[in-house]
Design a protein around this ligand. Structure first.
Ligand SMILES: NC(=O)c1ccc[n+]([C@@H]2O[C@H](COP(=O)([O-])OP(=O)(O)OC[C@H]3O[C@@H](n4cnc5c(N)ncnc54)[C@H](OP(=O)(O)O)[C@@H]3O)[C@@H](O)[C@H]2O)c1
Length: 299
């Protein structure tokens, strides 16, 4: 099959199309003919060698999430058959014509693969961090990066729990954040004052999805390090703030989120859909921080 690979760490240009062996569905896995593969920050960081992992010793296929049509079912997998459309977490890379997944959900009729594929990583992460923060009805949650893929789902899930959410975003995304049910404000200088004006009684919990150095402001707003979680800032440990790096993948929660997207009870944003061969441009776009939503590759 054709896949996007990198053999060395570097800029987007190290990504290229290659012929690689077809993956085979092992126990507990299905193989899908990929209709859409999403690009995540992790893919960009691992390509650049910024995740702390060793240099690759063979071709690596990036990509954490895929949607497509099942064409092979491994031992021990029940309730799914070749021809079914599923979306899930990719095992061994998703930027390819074929990919494996072991945690997946059905794609409801009428939901495009390019929309379904925005869900697995962002919904898992948003669900996990809200669980960690234990956000309760009536509380005020500050979400840094409310316009991002993780942030927009965290806002919606927290609002659904009855929380009041203040969400930061760039000026161009203020209306989008408001439409999600949050009170929007801009990030950057003066953030503490802006949030204090919106929440004179303080904020009960803070989620940082940006890694943009917002933890000191978050500590000031919380009056301590309790109930602050970052998913993107390596400075967390030094500052005594909780960081959450480890995913907790659950097929039931994924199905719930995908079904909610299909019903229109959750929304996600696609920033760009590009052909698989344009993976270098896709990474370059994500690196600008101005993709405006999830970047999706289509084989
Ligand atoms: N730890 C984990 O388990 C985990 C899981 C998933 C993702 N992540 C990481 O979490 C991060 C977010 O992922 P994502 O997919 O949600 O990314 P994304 O869609 O690119 O969202 C990034 C967000 O950051 C905001 N932002 C950009 N520059 C900023 C700045 N200088 N100050 C404050 N906010 C700024 C953006 O706002 P505007 O677009 O409005 O400018 C946007 O809301 C990535 O680093 C990713 O690798 C970690």
């Amino acid at each position: 099959m054709r896949a996007i690979v990198f053999e060395t760490h570097g800029g987007p240009e190290v990504l290229h199309l290659a012929d690689v062996p077809d993956p085979l569905a092992g126990p507990g896995q299905v193989r899908v003919r990929v209709e859409a593969a999403a690009v995540n920050g992790w893919d960009v960081k691992s390509r650049a060698g910024a995740t702390g992992g060793p240099a690759p010793t063979s071709a690596v296929v990036p990509g954490l999430e895929v949607a497509g049509v099942v064409d092979q079912v491994g031992d021990g997998v029940a309730g799914v058959a070749p021809g079914d459309r599923v979306v899930g977490f990719a095992v061994g890379g998703g930027y390819a014509e074929l990919a494996l997944t072991s945690v997946f959900a059905r794609v409801p009729d009428g939901l495009a693969a390019t929309d379904a594929v925005t869900v697995p990583v962002a919904a898992e992460t948003a669900t996990r961090v809200l669980r960690l923060l234990d956000v309760r009805p009536g509380e005020t949650l500050l979400v840094h990066g409310a316009s991002g893929s993780v942030g927009e789902l965290a806002v919606q899930l927290a609002v659904r729990r009855g929380a009041r959410v203040i969400g930061t975003a760039s000026p161009r995304n203020q209306e989008r954040v408001a439409a999600l049910g949050a009170t929007p404000t801009t990030y950057g200088a003066g953030l503490v004052e802006r949030v204090r004006a919106l929440a004179p009684d303080g904020v009960d919990a803070v989620l940082d999805t940006t890694g943009a150095g917002v933890l000191p402001d978050s500590i000031a707003l919380r009056g301590g390090t309790e109930r602050i979680v970052t998913i993107a800032d390596d400075a967390a440990a030094d500052l005594g703030v909780e960081a959450s790096w480890r995913s907790e993948r659950d097929a039931g929660e994924l199905a719930e989120a995908v079904d909610a997207l299909a019903r229109g009870d959750l929304v996600t944003t696609v920033g760009a859909v590009l052909p698989l061969a344009d993976a270098p441009s896709a990474h370059a776009l994500v690196e600008t921080g101005r993709a405006g939503g999830k970047v999706v590759l289509v084989p």
